[in-house]
Design a binder for this molecule. Sequence first.
Ligand code: ADP
Length: 276
Amino acid sequence: MSENCSHDCSSCKENCSSRDKKSLIKEPNKFSDIKKVIAVVSGKGGVGKSMTCAMLASAAQNSGRVTAIMDADITGPSIPKMFGVKDRARGSENGILPVVTDSGIQIMSMNVLLENEAEPVVWRGSLISGTVSQFWTDVIWTGVDIMFIDMPPGTGDVPLTVFQSIPLDGIIIVTTPQDLVGMIVQKAVNMANMMNVPILGIVENMSYINCPDCGRKISVFGESGVDAFAKENGITAVAKLPIDRELTKSADSGKIDSLKNNYLSEFYEKIMKNLN
Ligand code: ADP
């Protein structure tokens, strides 16, 4: 980067790394129409990133927006199972067609491409990144108002490819109370800042349980620090998700889009307001 960089590439002739970043953005399939793209990220696996992604997509679909999920978690895809999708993706001469849930959400995932869902994907990072890019360039996403991308956990190769090759309108960070204590979430925040992608909100999953006897909220892992963390990092939308057996049951039985109580409906409306 030039010493005198003004961060305005249009008025500068230098061929520096900042300019390169822009050119890595890929065009979607020419038959696709996607208005907004939000990536759901986490510092590590198993914190409820896919659960959050599925609940946000259900909230979007219920609010009348045409919704899609790109399951970029290639080695641990769980989105199709959560929605009870059994179909396999089909190809056409113009591209690959996503599968569609009963509620109308368009989904592309490694699991709808594999013949046997239990088959492991034992691939190197570059091949995985290439597949995620193809989910953007080769899949025909039809009339999508909002797409959620279930990102692979962490800040490695594949998340980096998504950040660089897909024009993200924002990200949602998913964390647990324990992660907030360490530096894991901070890494995800720093990555988003480095890539200049707005952080639309943060979800603290497994934040508390509701006592089945008295209904009181019990903070199993101690008092939540997510509000303070959000404030420090300038994040305005915060949600706290309880540990709720109904969520696991719905996800395991493929009925995540018919939740009686979608805890993230209000949060969803807030993040929509944060979208430009
Ligand atoms: P990740 O995508 O971060 O790896 P998942 O969303 O797949 O995590 O969640 C891991 C497991 O925990 C799944 O079995 C999911 O159903 C369960 N789970 C996630 N969040 C909750 C919650 N708030 N209450 C109960 N179970 C949850």
